[in-house]
Design a protein around this ligand. Structure first.
Ligand code: GTR
Length: 332
């Protein structure tokens, strides 16, 4: 059954494809979607990209952002992007896991050593290979944005070891990898769209979820979940994708400009991100959430071997894992 939001997104997509088939490409802006609110770093970075597009083309290319999940949940807007109803979409890598196997690799638990390792790997050849792997599926990968490290929060009790997670119902993103990961920790994984999690936490439909500092705050999940355990288990970055249909309407010059503007938005996003993480930590501290930061991370990590074995299966994935692990970074 279609939710109200996805119904809205479908009708939006229908209007857009009618518009694009009967107007020239320069007659309307590129439409972009993001699940986060208007002031979130990913939204502001894509808007920055839009401003650069306008500058570089004398207003020929423009971008209009639809933030706050108003066009639907990531899974739905991704489908719409693939069939060309949306031009640009900023999503997490997790909903892409079912589309392109290469996107699973940066989503693997405890893969990256640090944020700077993640940034160095995604800026380099492994990142480029993952973006290119989206092309056969109707998506052009433009750039990666930070998503920090995801950690577990819940409404019930402080989690210090995997055993403390036993029986907790934990919301996960729509990705089999996340389901398997939470399962391996002994909790009960519940895949659910992001927009539904706040109510589910408040009503006790789930006991917890997992996310980075900025999302924990902007989603207001911290108002319901008073325990945040810094497992930092996944550092999968966000990704900005363009519909191949929209891409095909651009000539070579404009494609290069789109790539340039996207690349220029990355350092802008990183500055906004680091600032937002600091602000979010302060908000959590002031709200009295119990932050559990003295924990044995290896106890969580050691449960992940079967998850890696199950999800890293192709030669391309194995090569990516090796290449990412071999990337050196300043704080390694
Ligand atoms: C956030 C991410 C979103 C979405 C969300 C979720 O960190 O930025 O794109 O994936 O997590 O948990 O669904």
């Amino acid at each position: 059954m279609l939710t109200r939001r996805s119904a809205l997104a479908v009708s939006f997509a229908a209007t857009m494809s009618t518009m694009s088939s009967c107007t020239k490409r320069s007659d309307r802006p590129l439409f972009a979607a993001d699940t986060h609110p208007h002031d979130y770093p990913t939204v502001r970075a894509v808007e920055y990209m839009g401003a650069r597009l306008a500058e570089l083309t004398g207003d020929r290319l423009k971008l209009r952002m639809y933030p706050g999940g108003q066009l639907g949940e990531e899974k739905d807007t991704l489908e719409i992007t693939v069939f060309g109803g949306l031009d640009l979409n900023r999503v997490n890598l997790a909903p892409l896991n079912a589309i392109a196997a290469e996107t699973i690799v940066p989503t693997l638990p405890f893969l990256f050593r640090s944020q700077s390792h993640m940034r160095a790997a995604m800026d380099g050849a492994p990142g480029r290979a993952i973006l290119n792997a989206l092309e056969p599926y109707g998506l052009i990968g433009l750039c990666f944005y930070d998503s920090g490290a995801r950690s577990f929060y819940n409404t019930r009790r402080p989690i210090r070891t995997p055993d403390d997670m036993a029986g907790l119902k934990i919301r996960v993103q729509n990705s089999d990898l996340f389901v398997a990961m939470v399962d391996a920790l002994g909790a009960d994984p519940t895949p659910m769209s992001y927009g539904e999690v706040y109510q589910a936490l408040v009503q006790g439909v789930v006991d917890g979820a997992e996310n980075n500092w900025p999302s924990f705050v902007s989603s207001r999940h911290y108002e319901a979940a008073g325990y945040y355990t810094l497992t930092g288990h996944v550092m999968a970055p966000e990704v900005l994708v363009m519909s191949t249909r929209a891409w095909n309407r651009l000539d070579e010059t404009d494609r290069a400009i789109v790539r340039q503007a996207a690349e220029e938005s990355v350092p802008v996003m990183r500055t906004l991100w680091d600032q937002r993480v600091r602000e979010s930590r302060d908000i959590i501290a002031a709200a009295g959430v119990q932050v559990i930061d003295t924990l044995d991370q290896t106890a969580f990590q050691s449960r992940m071997a079967p998850v890696w074995d199950r999800f890293v299966t192709t030669p391309a994935q194995r090569r990516l894992v090796e290449d990412i692990l071999a990337v050196e970074n300043s704080d390694a």
